[in-house]
Design a binder for this molecule. Structure first.
Ligand SMILES: [Fe+2]
Length: 142
């Protein structure tokens, strides 16, 4: 991912410009591997404008290090939002186990771990204000 992204913590205090660009991710907090979920990304807690001179160009969604997709938008769109279909795969749990267990020694705690915490990450591009990102913690279960 690009270094030019302005990452915003959704729970922290925000400036006006952050308020209009922070991607708001709406998803279940817990997902089962192999099942499909709708994840909605809306740009701005105060909705971003979609005007000829100023609009959101695209919205991208990632789960862990995997790109789910990108929606291209334009000034003719009413709202800066996109709905993605996300199906977490089981190997996300295994990949995360490996990470977690690096602390204690590889595979020490892998055997009984049936779920893992990871992140949905949304990145959006404004034609005037550049790239903005936020993340949401989700649990993926077996
Ligand atoms: Fe903007």
């Amino acid at each position: 991912m690009s270094d030019d992204i302005n990452w915003i913590e959704i729970d922290e205090e925000r400036t006006d410009v952050e308020e209009r660009h922070v991607p708001v991710i709406t998803s279940p907090d817990v997902m089962t591997a192999g099942e499909s979920y709708e994840v909605k990304v809306t740009v701005g807690i105060s909705p971003h404008v979609m005007e000829t001179d100023h609009y959101i160009e695209w919205i991208e969604l990632w789960l862990a290090d995997r790109k789910i997709g990108r929606f291209d938008l334009g000034p003719s769109e009413k709202m800066a939002e996109a709905v993605f279909s996300v199906m977490p795969e089981k190997d996300i749990i295994e990949a995360t186990e490996y990470e977690v267990c690096n602390i204690h020694g590889v595979n020490v705690c892998a055997e009984d771990l049936k779920s893992a915490f990871t992140h949905l990450r949304a990145v959006v591009s404004c034609n005037v204000h550049g790239l903005w990102g936020s993340s949401k913690k989700v649990e993926v279960k077996e």
